[in-house]
Design a protein around this ligand. Sequence first.
Ligand SMILES: [Zn+2]
Length: 135
Amino acid sequence: MVIRIPETIYAAMVAHVSAGYPNEACGALGSKDDLVVKHYPTANAAQHPDDFSEIAPQDLLRISYDIDEYDGETIYYHSHPHSEAYPSPRDIEWAKRSGYLYLIFSHQHSPEPPYARVFAIDSSGNVTEGSIERV
Ligand SMILES: [Zn+2]
């Protein structure tokens, strides 16, 4: 699986997760034929934003409707302030239910810029890494 992300959107995601640091930050991307076409930065609605992130239901609904307009796919993204860019057990539990692709940033090498990896997580919790191509 390859996800192509325009540089402008990638830079906007880096800015969003960096603004949220040292908390986790999150948002969504809409893609069409593996090309990311739209960026939806959101607030982190988790009760403990320092160790989890989630999009508020009303934001997620609004984003889902918008992505349906162009028949796109939803990619969920969030950041890990300290740990590597790999899905946590809790991420996997949530991903199993949502079916979204997961793009995860890590600030573990801060003050260097965060790096990102992307994963497909199936309903059994199997994690497959894809690659990110910045275009
Ligand atoms: Zn996570």
